[in-house]
Design a protein around this ligand. Structure first.
Ligand code: GTP
Ligand code: MG
Ligand code: NA
Length: 343
């Protein structure tokens, strides 16, 4: 109905996969940023969050001519590290999302943290799309910047097309060995039973329109109930960070509900519950990464889904990975404190 459509919140999509498969680079390609090159050792070590407004997604997918069907306000994408030592962050990221992108390097196939990620997704019954990345590494690949994948494929030589087919079928077999059916998305007639594979390049952008469109269409077609906005607050602390000029801040993902400047909040602290008031509600600009220092937008209130930086007094002992609660007019602070410490 008209109402439920206007009440849809942005889907939250988590990017998972083995180290260096191109998770951050894919986001850079969509954002037009250079976050990956600024990372120490080229390795992601934190969870990130980026908000993509629907107008940007519409623009990026217009070659596929499907814009009338996009109804969610935008997409919140959570970046995670692929290095083996960050299992906890992958678990935290995957725990927040409605849908996931599992990134696989077409030259490497399934790797140890790909398999770990598959298990996280299976355990939570999370639907995912496979981004089969680095197609530009196929020998002889002809660049078709930002083209839909089938348009790009038509431009390739028989040799490139054959190598592509061979690698895809090998990777489909590797997925089968993990108990998963997968198929190239444009051949997939049973989305849901069979997960879709979207070939991409994060360097030259082939397949990016397909990935974005599939993600949004799939989310809003299958998750209307899950994506219907509700007021009950659901909010998780991603990171606790000292920012010059702001003091100790927390980066949170607001999954549902609304946060206001001045709200009394309770978060789990190392020495007990922390009760404080939101001093500032900040977001990076749209299409910018929350974990990268930059200029922030100030808000009086924010509606889910969003990645938010909160400044408030007394956050030094806050524990990442726990839930944030708002003390409402009918709530007893002592009850909320007790709930917060159960995380
Ligand atoms: P972690 O977050 O550390 O797990 O890595 P990641 O999955 O985010 O990969 P990242 O974006 O750091 O990319 C790793 C390396 O692969 C970088 O040198 C990228 O430039 C390169 N890379 C990523 N995507 C592509 C691609 O599509 N094609 C090619 N040729 N190189 C890519
Ligand atoms: Mg990364
Ligand atoms: Na990397």
């Amino acid at each position: 109905s008209q109402k439920s459509e206007s009440d849809l919140r942005s889907p939250i999509c988590c990017i998972l996969g083995h180290v260096d498969t191109g998770k951050t680079k894919l986001l850079d390609c969509i954002r037009g940023t250079n976050v990956q090159e600024g990372e120490a050792g080229g390795i992601t070590q934190q969870i990130g969050a980026t908000y993509f407004p629907m107008e940007n997604i519409r623009e990026r997918t217009k070659q596929l001519k499907a814009d009338a069907k996009l109804k969610v306000p935008g997409l919140l994408v959570i970046d995670t590290p692929g290095h083996e030592s960050f299992t906890n962050l992958r678990s935290r990221g995957s725990g927040l999302c409605d849908i996931a992108i599992l990134v696989v390097d077409i030259m490497h196939g399934l790797e140890p943290q790909t398999k770990e990620s598959i298990n996280l997704l299976k355990n939570r019954n999370t639907e995912f799309i496979v981004a089969l990345n680095k197609v530009d590494r196929l020998y002889g690949w002809k660049t078709c910047r930002n083209a839909p994948i089938l348009t790009a494929m038509k431009e390739q030589s028989k040799d490139v097309q054959n190598e592509f087919k061979m690698r895809v079928s090998k990777i489909i077999t590797e997925f089968m060995e993990q108990g998963l059916n997968t198929e190239l998305y444009y051949k997939n007639k049973e989305m849901g039973e069979t997960s879709s594979i979207v070939p991409t390049s994060a360097i030259s952008g082939e397949g990016i329109p397909d990935l974005l469109l599939l993600l949004v269409q799939w989310a809003q077609r299958t998750m209307v109930e899950k994506l219907t906005f509700h007021k009950e607050l659901q909010c998780t602390v991603l990171e606790v960070k000292v920012i010059e000029g702001l003091g100790t801040t927390i980066d949170v993902v607001l999954v549902n509900g609304v946060l206001h400047e001045g709200d009394q909040i309770v978060v789990c602290g190392m020495q007990g519950p922390i009760v404080t008031n939101i001093r500032a509600l900040l977001t990076p600009h749209p299409m910018k990464e929350l974990r990268v220092k930059g200029s922030y937008q100030h808000h009086k209130e924010l509606k889910a889904a969003q990645g938010i930086k909160i400044t408030a007094q007394g956050l030094e002992q806050a524990v990442a990975g726990t839930a944030l609660y708002v003390v409402g007019p009918d709530d007893d602070v002592e009850d909320v404190k007790e709930t917060a410490m159960q995380d």
